[in-house]
Design a protein around this ligand. Structure first.
Ligand SMILES: [Ca+2]
Ligand SMILES: [Ca+2]
Ligand SMILES: [Ca+2]
Length: 471
């Protein structure tokens, strides 16, 4: 019998313009702040003249586009498309709030009720105390090709620079030197690339004054994942960008075995790293990394040597946690888009396979034609030991209202709905497009809001947020 989490707060986000992403920003003292971001994500770049990543159309054209897709070639005119105009790209507003949704500051112009598409905005923000004044700064791409450093306290733009092109959509910061201000900022392209670069390239490294230190391409590009951690135990952080480990000075330490070289744009796109997770990060260099690499899930050791790989329909996301009921060690929960989910041990042995169901408490909205048309960058989250039995849960948010399961897909916790959760957030979206890109569907943040060492859950869409806890 599943438990029901208690709704402790419902927040109206409409004053922030219809947010596409939310980020947790820790405070030095007290509960964390929440940054609400309104962005087009990758569609801020004019490299995308139109949005062609829809579900397939109906009839003969739809059939033909499915066939062409299965052959892995791209003929844009055979996909349903959505034109992207300048207003779509320039959309940017961020609002810092406390955890109860009370606004502290706002930067940019709120686009109330603006109907817009957004994809992959989840990697656009990072923060660190770049100027060593005891308070973090936010770093984000606030306009096509413009990287900015903002005060977390006031939202003031403190510094900015122009990136080499308008398609950068990922920001990560690493502590890379002895000096208190010795930080390195990585900004990267996560998808479509301008020639001569291949898919997911290039990346640039900047110092804390935003001087560009280096620009280069890596094999298979960044994909959608850059991890920041101390890979060799020397006290400074490195970047694991896609399949490539970069030293604190930007030098390439290794590219993962079998993925050291890639000259083909399509091959890079087909095998891009969608998500990665470090296993045993505190083990002084003995870590491993699982990478959801589109057509495969991989495990590499700390030298980039492949320990195993398994083929996938679409390896999109992987979570690490104590997901097995009888064991306290870590397991992988692997999500292959809306096709298949599985529980694996660290040696790659499968313990469970299934498909988590969609969940529409008020009925599936008319604008969502089927349960499998979603494609979210963050389809699930780990909820650490919420039932206090030593087991972590998976909160699944990709197809409708979120719920929490164990590693075997069994329902463990539900989140009580209010009438507002059943509302259609948009009356319509362009036909045959992914509904989540237009704000249909829910996202999730898991964090300890009231600092009692138990995590709460924030579920949000573009209009509203709901905060839950287990009591
Ligand atoms: Ca600072
Ligand atoms: Ca290091
Ligand atoms: Ca808590």
């Amino acid at each position: 019998m599943a438990e029901e989490a208690e709704l402790i707060k419902e927040i109206d986000l409409s004053g922030f313009g219809g947010i596409s992403e939310a980020f947790v920003i820790p405070e030095k003292k007290g509960p964390p702040g929440i940054l609400c971001l309104q962005t087009a994500g990758i569609f801020m770049s004019s490299i995308y003249p139109q949005m062609i990543r829809g579900m397939y159309g109906e009839g003969f054209k739809g059939y033909l586009s499915k066939v062409i897709k299965s052959l892995n070639i791209t003929i844009p005119s055979l996909y349903p498309f959505h034109y992207l105009n300048k207003a779509d790209r320039d959309l940017f507003c961020m609002t810092m709030t406390n955890w109860e949704g009370i606004q502290k500051w706002q930067f940019g112009k709120v686009n109330h009720d603006k109907y817009y598409c957004s994809h992959q905005g989840e990697s656009l923000v990072d923060y660190a105390d770049l100027n060593n004044d005891g308070v973090d700064e936010l770093v984000t791409i606030f306009a096509p090709g413009r990287l900015g450093v903002f005060s977390v306290e006031s939202g003031r733009l403190l510094n900015e620079c122009k990136l080499p092109s308008d398609n950068f959509s990922l920001v990560r910061i690493a502590k890379t030197g002895l000096d208190e201000t010795n930080w390195t900022i990585l900004a990267g392209v996560t998808e479509a690339a301008y020639p001569p670069h291949t898919y997911g390239n290039p990346l640039v490294l900047l110092d804390n004054d935003l001087n560009i230190l280096a620009e280069y391409d890596i094999p298979y590009g960044l994909g959608h994942t850059v991890l920041v951690f101390d890979a060799d135990g020397d006290g400074f952080e490195e970047f694991l960008a896609g399949y490539t480990l970069l030293d604190h000075n930007g030098k390439i330490i290794w590219a993962a075995e079998g993925l050291e070289k890639c000259d083909s744009y399509l091959e890079a796109a087909r095998k891009h790293a969608d998500c990665s997770i470090i296993i045993d990060p505190t083990s002084k260099g003995q870590w491993k990394v699982a990478i959801a690499g589109s057509d495969r899930l991989y495990l590499f050791n700390n030298q980039g040597i492949k320990l195993w790989e398994c083929e996938a329909i679409h390896s999109q996301y992987v979570l690490l946690g104590k997901f097995d009921k009888n064991s306290r060690c870590d397991y992988l929960f692997h999500l292959q888009c809306r096709q298949k989910m599985e529980l694996l041990d660290i040696d790659g042995r499968q313990l469970w396979e299934g498909k988590l169901p969609a969940n529409w408490p008020g009925g599936r909205p008319a604008a969502v034609p089927n349960d499998d048309c979603f494609h979210m960058g963050s389809p699930a989250s780990v909820w650490h030991d919420p039932l206090e039995n030593g087991n972590d849960l998976i909160i699944y948010n990709e197809a409708g209202w979120p719920y929490a399961v164990n590693g075997y897909g069994e329902l463990c916790v539900t989140f009580r709905c209010t009438e507002s959760t059943k509302e259609d957030i948009r009356k319509s979206i362009p036909k045959n497009h992914r509904p989540d890109d237009f704000g249909y569907g829910y996202r999730c943040l898991v964090l300890d809001l009231d600092l009692d060492s138990k995590e709460e859950v924030i579920i949000y869409n573009r209009n509203r947020a709901w905060i839950y806890k287990l009591t």
